[in-house]
Design a binder for this molecule. Structure first.
Ligand SMILES: Nc1ncnc2c1ncn2[C@@H]1O[C@H](COP(=O)(O)OP(=O)(O)OP(=O)(O)O)[C@@H](O)[C@H]1O
Length: 463
């Protein structure tokens, strides 16, 4: 993102948050750069950074997305007091070191300050187990994360968490790191993205410090690598990752990995790595369901209420949002932040009408969501059967199984009710749909092929 784009974005923020908020909180932010999907802003004090992170973080993230910036998180770096700085170093180095040294909105992992350990990435102070809402789609991932965070004997290695965009992988990884820091401060816990792993590896190669690199990474007690799909196709990084991985597993050190898909599905990842990644416990974060979305909204509302205690929230608004915005949690959070900021700006209670006005674009975008017809089409293509056979009355398994898969996906990915789905499948009864959905849910647990089909179809539909 250029400074000019940031200027435009500031204008948008001005209209959303109001002049007072803008002058106090947004104007002092200085945009520095986007690196590894993290937008870095310089702030005059850590207090300001903290406040902006908590109150406007999601809004800024949302707006960055709107101008096409590929940003997953924002970090705030307190403006440097040059007299206290060590010798100046290269720009990228300065940034990493600064993020480590400051105590900004996003706290740095404690090990980062130690010189003889691997510098990890900063942890987001908001991403703890306390703030993670558990529901059916993420309960297994959450339980596994909790277990690992206890820091007891290593039982499954690695823990591999995967799931679609914005479903909480990074949140869980950070939560594990925070918890381990509290319970086991003696452990050297390192969290970083696969991109950062590659960056450090390339840097070590360039500086001829490979031995140091190897030693540092092998001295870690818990290694957490986020978004591992990033190293796919990057041969030498994969090679090094493989050796690091093996060395740590041999020493019985815990490894936690996240990715946007299952190990077997990551293209251009060496088979030996795939199989290594599958050795431990592989758990996925399923797309959110209505109940989880509502739970998340309720927990976030409590935070917003603290900032805007005067705002009234009409009954039914959260239910409406949970129902209508089913893309991912990040979008859901952004919508809520915007809603509160907007209502405060115009000084009106949050009613259904105001919600529809304020979030018209988000709602429209979610409306353009997956339809029953799209699912039917994709599933019939996938199984190579005719659409008419999928919807028609034939009961042979060649058609019945894909039909059940399609019904299951309709239940998961659309907000249609069971009777509605039944109607779209040649006027079938809702109990037939319910049976189909249940059967596929069972098969998903028992039959790897079905699980893989479902995952592939879901991704194709969500793309
Ligand atoms: N169950 C949950 N409870 C509370 N907040 C959640 C939950 N799941 C996700 N979030 C929030 O949604 C946002 C996106 O989550 P996160 O960054 O962890 O997603 P991700 O799966 O790592 O996505 P990506 O693939 O884009 O990296 C974060 O602000 C996170 O706190």
């Amino acid at each position: 993102m250029t400074q000019e784009q940031w200027g435009k974005l500031q204008q948008n923020l001005l209209t959303t948050v109001g002049k007072n908020n803008y002058t106090t909180w947004i104007e002092p932010l200085e945009f520095l750069e986007i690196t590894d999907g993290v937008a870095i802003f310089e702030v005059p004090t850590s207090f300001l950074g903290n406040y902006v992170s908590q109150n406007f973080g999601d809004l800024i993230l949302h707006q960055l997305g709107e101008v096409g910036a590929n940003v997953r998180r924002i970090n705030f770096r307190v403006a440097a007091n040059l007299s206290q700085r060590p010798a100046p170093v290269a720009k990228k180095e300065t940034l990493t070191d600064d993020v480590k040294q400051e105590e900004p909105a996003v706290a740095a992992a404690p090990q980062a300050a130690r010189e003889d350990t691997v510098p990890g990435a900063p942890l987001d102070a908001r991403f703890t187990f306390d703030s993670f809402v558990v529901g059916k789609p993420n309960e297994l991932a959450h339980a596994a994360a909790r277990r690992v965070a206890e820091g007891g004997p290593v039982t499954f290695n690695p823990l591999f968490l995967y799931g679609g965009v914005g479903l909480g992988k990074t949140h869980l990884m950070h939560a594990i790191a925070w918890e381990l820091q509290t319970r086991r401060p003696d452990l050297n816990v390192v969290y970083l993205s696969a991109e950062q792993f590659m960056y450090r590896f390339v840097q070590a190669l360039r500086d001829r410090k490979m031995m140091d690199f190897k030693q540092l990474f092998r001295s870690v007690d818990v290694l957490m690598v986020d978004d591992v799909q990033f190293i796919a196709g990057k041969d030498s990084t994969q090679e090094e990752f493989f050796h690091t991985f093996n060395a740590l597993v041999d020493q019985n050190k815990q490894i936690i990995i996240s990715a946007d898909r299952a190990p077997g599905e990551i293209k251009d990842l060496e088979d030996r790595i795939k199989s290594r990644l599958q050795c431990g416990l592989v758990v996925d974060l399923h797309p959110t369901d209505y109940e989880l979305r509502l739970g998340i909204l309720q927990s976030k509302v409590d935070l917003h209420r603290r900032q805007y205690p005067e705002l009234e929230l009409a009954p039914g608004v959260l239910e409406f949002l949970a129902h209508r915005i089913s893309t991912n949690v990040r979008v859901l959070e952004g919508a809520l932040t915007r809603l509160f900021a907007f209502a405060s700006l115009v000084g009106r209670p949050i009613t259904m009408e105001l919600t529809q006005d304020c979030l018209a674009d988000v709602l429209r975008a979610s409306e353009r969501k997956i339809t029953v017809e799209e699912i039917q089409r994709k599933v019939s293509e996938h199984y190579n059967i005719r659409l008419s056979d999928m919807i028609g009355p034939k009961r042979v398994r060649t058609y019945a199984r894909p039909r059940q898969v399609a019904m299951y996906l309709c239940k998961q990915l659309t907000s249609r009710s069971l009777p509605e789905i039944g109607r779209r499948f040649g006027g079938r009864d809702h109990t037939t749909v319910m049976h189909g959905v249940k059967r596929i849910e069972e098969l998903r647990q028992q039959d790897g092929q079905i699980a893989e089909d479902l995952e592939m179809l879901r991704r194709a539909l969500e793309a």
